[in-house]
Write a protein that binds this ligand. Structure first.
Ligand code: GUN
Length: 287
C-alpha cells in the first residue's frame, strides 16, 4: 500500500490563511505587522527564496521591507543596517538571507539581530530558549516539520525519531522539538557508520543532509512517517529530496514530496513567527 502524501503546499496555505486573520486582527488594533528582509549579493537560489518570502508577506497582509545590498558589502555596513532595523519600532521581524558573502561573518550578523525580532530563530538567545523549553522563536523549517508530523496523525510521544543531519538550522532544533514532544531522539550524520541500521528503527524519520535520494526503501521501517527536508538536483537536473520518493512511498506510512512538502511550510512558519513577533513586542496576547 502506498503512503499518505503529506501535502505541504496545502497545509502552508491553511497556515498562511490563519496568519492573514491574525494580521488583520492586529491591524484592527492599529498595529501594522512588518518584516524586513536583507539579501546581500546575487546568489541565485537566495534570490528565489527572498522573492517567495516577499510574496508570502503580500499574501498574508504583512508589510515587507526589502533591502538588497551589493556582494561587496562590508560586515560593518550590514551591521549598521541591522542596528537601524533593530531601532525601528515599526519593524517586527528581521531576516538576513544566508549564505552571506565570505567577507562577512554570519555568526556576528545573527548575534547583532535583536532576539525579539529574530524570526528565523537563529540567535543564540532563541537557540537557548529552545534547549531550555522557554518562549522564543523556533527556526522555521523544523517548526514546519512539526506541523507536518502532526498532520500525519502520528503523535511523537514514546516514538523513536531519527534525524539524519545535524545542522544548526534544521537537524539540531529538530532534535530538540521532537524531544520536547516526548520522542526518543537519535541524530545520525555523515560519520554514522551504519546509517541503515539507525534509520530502520525510526517511527519518524527526518532527512536533512542534502544528499540526493540517500534514503532508500530498505532504510525505512514499514509505516514510518518520512519527512524530507532535502532540496537537491538529481542526475537529470530535476529537483529532488534526500529521500528516494518513488521507492520509499511504497513502504512509508506518510511521506512528504519534494517539491511541495517542507519547502512551502518553511515560508508559512516565517509568516507565523513574524505575526508572533508583532504580538509579543506589543504585549498583545497570543492567539
Ligand atoms: N538560507 C537557507 N535557509 C534559510 C533560512 O531559513 N533563513 C535564512 N535567513 N537564510 C536561509
Amino acid at each position: 500500500m502506498s503512503a499518505q502524501i503529506l501535502d505541504g503546499k496545502a497545509l502552508a496555505a491553511e497556515i498562511r490563511s490563519e496568519v492573514k486573520t491574525q494580521v488583520a486582527a492586529l491591524a484592527e488594533k492599529g498595529v501594522s505587522t512588518a518584516l524586513a528582509v536583507i539579501l546581500v549579493g546575487d546568489d541565485s537560489a537566495s534570490q528565489v527564496y527572498v522573492r517567495n518570502k516577499i510574496k508570502a508577506c503580500a499574501d498574508t497582509g504583512i508589510r515587507s521591507l526589502e533591502f538588497r545590498m551589493p556582494a561587496e558589502t562590508t560586515q560593518q555596513q550590514l551591521l549598521a543596517k541591522i542596528a537601524e532595523l533593530n531601532a525601528d519600532e515599526s519593524v517586527d521581524g528581521i531576516l538576513v538571507q544566508l549564505p552571506l558573502p565570505k567577507q562577512i561573518n554570519a555568526d556576528a550578523v545573527i548575534a547583532a539581530i535583536d532576539p525579539a525580532k529574530d524570526v528565523d530563530g537563529f540567535h543564540v538567545a532563541n537557540a537557548g530558549a529552545l534547549i531550555t523549553g522557554k518562549q522564543g522563536f523556533v527556526p522555521c523549517t523544523p517548526f514546519g516539520v512539526m506541523r507536518l508530523i502532526e498532520k500525519s496523525g502520528v503523535n511523537p510521544r514514546g516514538k523513536s525519531a531519527v534525524i539524519v543531519g545535524r545542522s544548526n538550522i534544521v537537524g539540531k532544533p529538530m532534535a530538540l522539538l521532537l524531544l520536547a514532544a516526548d520522542a526518543t531522539v537519535t541524530v545520525a550524520h555523515s560519520r554514522t557508520p551504519d546509517l541503515s541500521a539507525v534509520t530502520r528503527n525510526a517511527d519518524i524519520l527526518v532527512a536533512a543532509v542534502g544528499r540526493a535520494k540517500l534514503i532508500k526503501a530498505d532504510m525505512v521501517k514499514p509505516g514510518a512517517v518520512v519527512i524530507d527536508v532535502g532540496m537537491n538536483r538529481d542526475e537529470n537536473g530535476k529537483l529532488c529530496g534526500d529521500v528516494d520518493f518513488a521507492e520509499v512511498k511504497e513502504i512509508a506510512g506518510s511521506i512528504t514530496p519534494v517539491p511541495g512538502g517542507v519547502g512551502p511550510m518553511t515560508i508559512a512558519m516565517l509568516m507565523q513567527n513574524t505575526v508572533l513577533a508583532a504580538q509579543m513586542r506589543r504585549g498583545i496576547s497570543l492567539s
